[in-house]
Write a protein that binds this ligand. Structure first.
Ligand SMILES: NC(=O)c1ccc[n+]([C@@H]2O[C@H](COP(=O)([O-])OP(=O)(O)OC[C@H]3O[C@@H](n4cnc5c(N)ncnc54)[C@H](OP(=O)(O)O)[C@@H]3O)[C@@H](O)[C@H]2O)c1
Length: 288
């Protein structure tokens, strides 16, 4: 079994190291505060006294610290020691930080893999757990099987260092749009004296409809086919106007429904009225 070094044994790093040990890998561990490696050493991990020792121990260095910049600051002073190693950074971070980390690794002759863990530490090692990664195809070929031990549904999504930050922003915004929709819904209900319990009880009905939204999105956006709409963008624009007027008349904060109404009206002006609502993806890419 290959030798893997884990740098950073906080909650997530410990779960990753534990999973590797359980799968029979030889694991060397290093953490800034030494005490946190003790349970892993009891399980069979080899402690490294210094970061340099930890890096020297394995071809694959898995880092899981605060963020990409923390990883960069830890590794930068090691310089040529990194040559020939592959660093798999599972710390979170923005696109700029990811690009800076990868540039430094490549400058030192090291390979890179970045991972976004869509799971809690207790999910590590499970078949359904997903770690989205970016790396070269060759690096994935060499180490993808190890990533799949950590999360069975893991996959490589490309080689661009900034891709994971974009994916995180996209997925987080999708979830938060739902949360902020509920928050604004509560405001308009409260203004109209609709009991919030009634509103809350009705949300699961809307969630079923959201599955149809997703199916429409998945059918139209990846293919770019926005014709033959069952409910056209113009129909949605009219319904959004109704909702916006209700917000305004009740005195509830209306910035969110205003944004949605404005976007659909822009698209209608650009001739998208008979298209699917999801044609906004195309219209906004072209027009902005
Ligand atoms: N926990 C989750 O559910 C989860 C899920 C997905 C992704 N992640 C990501 O995984 C990474 C680690 O999260 P965690 O939950 O394991 O956090 P954590 O338990 O707080 O551990 C943080 C780790 O980073 C180390 N660290 C922080 N600053 C450092 C520095 N300046 N130099 C060296 N080491 C430093 C800490 O070392 P010390 O012990 O010395 O402080 C510790 O090992 C984060 O990027 C997080 O976003 C976590």
């Amino acid at each position: 079994m290959p030798h893997v070094t884990v740098v950073g044994t906080g909650s997530m790093g410990s779960a990753l190291a534990h999973c590797l040990l359980k799968n029979g890998f030889r694991v060397t561990v290093w953490n800034r505060s030494a005490g946190k490696t003790a349970p892993l050493i009891q399980e069979g991990a080899t402690p490294a006294d210094t970061l340099e020792q930890a890096i020297a121990a394995s071809p694959l260095i898995l880092t899981c610290v605060k963020n990409h910049t923390t990883t960069l600051n830890l590794l930068q002073p090691l310089g040529a020691m990194l040559a020939g190693k592959t660093v798999f950074d599972l710390s979170t971070g923005g696109a700029t930080e990811a690009i800076a980390l990868v540039a430094e690794l490549e400058a030192q002759g090291a390979g890179y893999m970045l991972g976004m863990i869509n799971a809690y530490p207790s999910d590590i090692g499970h078949a359904a757990t997903t770690i989205l990664t970016v790396s070269s195809a060759e690096t994935w070929q060499a180490y993808g099987n190890i990533v799949r031990r950590l999360g069975g549904a893991s996959r490589r999504v490309g080689s661009e260092p900034g891709a994971l930050a974009a994916l995180f922003a996209a997925l987080f915004t999708t979830r938060q749009a739902f949360m902020f929709g509920m928050i604004h819904g509560a405001l308009v209900c409260r203004k109209a004296e609709v009991p919030l319990q009634v509103f809350s009880d009705q949300i699961p009905v809307s969630m079923k409809l959201m599955q149809d939204y997703y199916k429409l999105f998945a059918r139209t956006v990846p293919t770019g086919d926005y014709d033959n709409a069952e409910a056209t963008l113009a129909v949605y624009a009219a319904a959004l106007d109704d909702a916006l007027n209700t917000f305004k008349e009740s005195g509830a904060p209306a910035a969110l429904p205003q944004l949605m109404a404005d976007l659909t009206h822009d698209a209608m002006r650009d001739g998208y009225g008979d298209k699917q609502l999801t044609a906004l993806v195309q219209q906004m890419l072209i027009e902005r």
